[in-house]
Design a protein around this ligand. Sequence first.
Ligand SMILES: C[S@@+](CC[C@H](N)C(=O)[O-])C[C@H]1O[C@@H](n2cnc3c(N)ncnc32)[C@H](O)[C@@H]1O
Length: 355
Amino acid sequence: MVKWADATDGVRLPKTDEEMWNPPQTAPDRILRMCNAFKEAKALLSAVELDVFTALAEAPLDAGALRAKIKIHKRGARDFFDALVALGLLNRDRHGLYSNAADSERYLVRGGATYIGGLVNHFNTLGYPQWALLTRALQTGEAQFGTDGLYRDIYGDPAAVESFAQRMSGGTLPVATALAAKFPWAQFKTLMDIGCSQGCLLVTIAHSHPHIAGGGFDLPLLEPVFSRFVRESGLSDRLVFHGGDFLVDRLPSADVLVMGRVLHNWDLSTKHILLKKAFAALPSGGALIVYERLIDDERRTNAVGLLASLNMLLLTAGGFDYSAADCFAWMREAGFRDIRTEPLTVDQSMIVGMK
Ligand SMILES: C[S@@+](CC[C@H](N)C(=O)[O-])C[C@H]1O[C@@H](n2cnc3c(N)ncnc32)[C@H](O)[C@@H]1O
C-alpha cells in the first residue's frame, strides 16, 4: 500500500496502489467540444446569411424547395438543413418538410419586430473573420483592423454608419427596456446619452417616461441616423442630437448622463478623462449611469465579459472591458459618491454614481 497524502503544494498524488497504476481518466470531450464550437456558430451564421429562416416563414418546405429558394448547391444541402435540425434551429416532420423552431421564427425571420439578424450578420461578416487574428493580436498587443481610430474605420460611408447604428440598437434594446424599469426616473427631468448612436436608449426611456426630455451626444456623422430614428418614433420635440467629439469637447449637461458600452472602447487614461468630463457636466444631485458586459470582480467566471475584452484587443488601440470593482474605483476618483451596481440583462449591468 502506497501511503502518499495530498501534497502540500496543491498537486494531488495517488493515495493507493490501484490509483497509482490506474489513474482516473477523463475524456477530452469538454476540450474538443470547445474546439469545435466554431462549426456550430458558422452553420448558424451561414443560415442567417442565406436567409434560411425567412425562406421558411410562409410555409414548411422540403429539402429541394428550400435549397432552390435559398440558392445553394445540392451537395451540402441535406446535411446543412439536418445539422440545423440537430442544433434545434429547424424542425423536420415525418414527410421531410422543414420548418422554423420557435426561437428561429421569433428572432431570425427578416422583417419581424424581434429580428436580430443584423447583429448575427455582424458576427458573420466582421466578428468571425476578425477572431481568426486573435493569436496575432495577443502576440503584438495591437488592434488588427486599423489603429487610427475604431470609429473612423467603421464609419466609412453613410450606409456603414446606418448599419452599425442599427446593430447597436439590437444590443441596446433589452438594456434600455430594463433601464426604463429599474432606474428612479421620477426623480429626474433631463437625460443625455453619451455615445447615443441611433438613439434607441433615449427613445425607449422617453416612451416609458413622458416627463423625460433631453438628447444624445455622438460624432456629427450620426446626426442623420439619429434624427430620422427619433422623428419616426415621434419624439423630435423631446430628444435633440448634439454632435461632437467627446475626446475633445465638453459633454452637454443633464440631470442624468448615460455611457453605455462606451468606456470599454478606450484605454485607462481615456476612461478616466471621460468619467471626469461626465462628472463636470452633471449638476449637483445628478447621476451617471454606465452599462457594460461587466467582468466578475474575481475575473474567474464571466467568460462572456472576458471574451468581450479580447474583442476590444482585436478592434481598438487600447480598449478593454472591466469589473464593477474597477469602475467603482475610477468613478470614486472622478468624484462620484453612492456608487452602486445592478444587473440589467443576462449579460449587461449598470453602475450608477451620484454627484
Ligand atoms: C459601442 S457604441 C455604443 C452605442 C450605444 N451607447 C449602445 O449602447 O448601443 C459607442 C458609441 O460611441 C460613439 N463614439 C465613438 N467615438 C466617439 C467620440 N470621439 N465622440 C463621440 N462619440 C463617439 C460611437 O459613434 C458609438 O455610437
